[in-house]
Ligand binder design. Sequence first.
Ligand code: ADP
Ligand code: MG
Length: 699
Amino acid sequence: MDFSQQDIKFIPGVGPKRADMLAKELNIRTVDDLLHHYPYKYVDRSRFYYLHEITEDMPYIQVRGKILRFEQAGEGRNQRLTALFTDGHSSIELVWFKGIRFIRDKYKVNTEYVIFGKPTRFNGHYNIAHPEIEDLNAFSSSGTSGLQPFYNTTEKMKNSYMNSKALQKIIFSVVQNISRSDWPESLPEHVLKRYALLNLKESLLNIHFPQNAQVLHAARQRLKFEELFYIQLSILQQTSWRNQHVQGFVFAHIGHYFNTFYEKYLPFELTNAQKRVLREIRSDVGSGKQMNRLLQGDVGSGKTLVALMSMLMAVDNGYQAAMMAPTEILATQHYESLSRMLGDLGVEIALLKGSTRPKDREVLHEKLRDGRLHILIGTHALIEETVQFHNLGLIIVDEQHRFGVEQRARLWKKNDRPPHVLVMTATPIPRTLAMTLYGDLSVSVIDELPPGRKPVQTYHYFENKRQALNGFIAKQIRQGRQVYVVYPLIQESEKMDLRNLEEGYQYMLETFPQYKISMVHGKMKPAEKEWQMQKFVSGETQIMVATTVIEVGVNVPNASVMIIENAERFGLSQLHQLRGRVGRGAEQSYCILLTKVKLTTETRKRMEIMVRTNDGFEISEADLQLRGPGDLDGTQQSGLPFDLKIADLGKDGKMLEIARQTAMDILENDPTLQNEENRMLAAQLRKMRNKTFNWSAIS
Ligand code: ADP
Ligand code: MG
């Protein structure tokens, strides 16, 4: 039998109980899984020091020598065991406060040990508390000498003594085993050759117990490549399958509605970027293939108009279109601005909300079914089962990052044939991430703002500058502007955050008795929220105190100041989203980031980036660098559809592109992976799809 697929419970030192724990905690079931649980760091244990070499700034030290004697002191909780340890020249104290009996039983005087730990200085002498001790003989035969691997484990595992060291031992015995035998390769020869990659066996041996830093590097490169390559291969293969088998509606011509709108109703000239994107969409929907396009454009870049004109293409060809927004406020705003723009063009447009009354809903459903209604705007409500279209040809999803993968999948079921899908987002997803997440989506970018916009000026203030800030707020309001004040609201400390918000509201009321203030947060009833929002939109209130519910899409061009309280608690892309709420009118706008004085380096960097640039792409790249892809605001909610074990999208963008290109080349010559040299690829893909990923969910 294939050793790589063997159940880990048969490995010496594992057994059924530990196997169970590994399966539950880390999803490790087979030898192969175990070997793909890579170390997260290595510590150089190749060098032995002499005790006289110790200095205070050493993170740890490793010494070879013997214990001369033990000494026990104190009672109960204050118990303490010390051992005098010598390297043959000088000596040091080893100290334990816990596990004393165990240590006393296990280690003997006058036996050769290797000790490893952090030296600390106490009363002019160095000692090492709770050092790692290993028998000298065991040391050289357990994979510790050299670069020692450290493995992630869980709290539960640690409690049952399945710590990094225990995993190291288990993996070491497996590695010993495979180093003596064959190990199946998982990349075809021609790929290995083309990029001079290390073979799988050597890579696995060296990722766990590296012979030296160079081989470790080569092993990492190979394993990263493999990981990225198979993800790309899978996504691309799926795309090509769909392109061949799924037919799209053809919007063959541009007609009356589009042309009339363009010539008579458009209030301004389209930007070049808008024109380009419309051409891209036009070409997709006319191609006979189903469109799956991601439209990225910074806040205020004019995505809504592109959406509207794309929907007119559908209507001109006898199809219906729908547009889905993440909140009722936003759906309402879209409905109002689109209706206004369409004027008396004769396009039938309606709004469907969760709160739409049953009677109105009935009428709406009927018009949808018989095709009288051309365009439907709504929230999630519009993908409910009960909503049936006559012939839905295009769906537009606004601010995609609020929609889960599941909802996207549901869209597909609205028709026999899937409608064209245009996903719009202001969270600029870095290219590397977009490629991985949506390898099968085409991407359009609006990289230009409508003319005449003044970039928002951003400042970082510490909280103690509040007085000065208040003066600034008053001045802006006197000039007729409006002001947002945003508080973080984060699940885990929701109660406290809500109190912060309410205190903030009280503070504003007291500080600005002459002005009217709206307050909005997610816990409010929708009607109340809407009313508060509406008062701000209409200019009746001058200040809006809110949580991030206002983050997405709200358009109040007269608002020129965005104050973000506790800005240190927001991620970069969220800060950027919030800032995008201002700078929508002709006036100069400002964004003020308020933080406490003491900040971590990372937070300070975040603030600096915000102050330095308004460029959403630069910001999201920086975000990816600082935090890693799992934490990106946008992806956190939709969830990456796979785990990356070793590749890092923030750092391995270049390799991702190479992996993608390689996958494309292979599929181009051999779309079904039938050729002898590619058989292995098909087998690997099957294995991978069976395992964890819900590939059908990414569409
Ligand atoms: P977003 O991309 O953030 O959704 P919107 O579509 O809401 O941006 O557009 C922001 C504002 O810019 C709206 O008031 C819209 O009418 C205006 N706008 C859109 N396109 C243009 C254009 N080509 N020229 C001038 N203003 C435009
Ligand atoms: Mg928008």
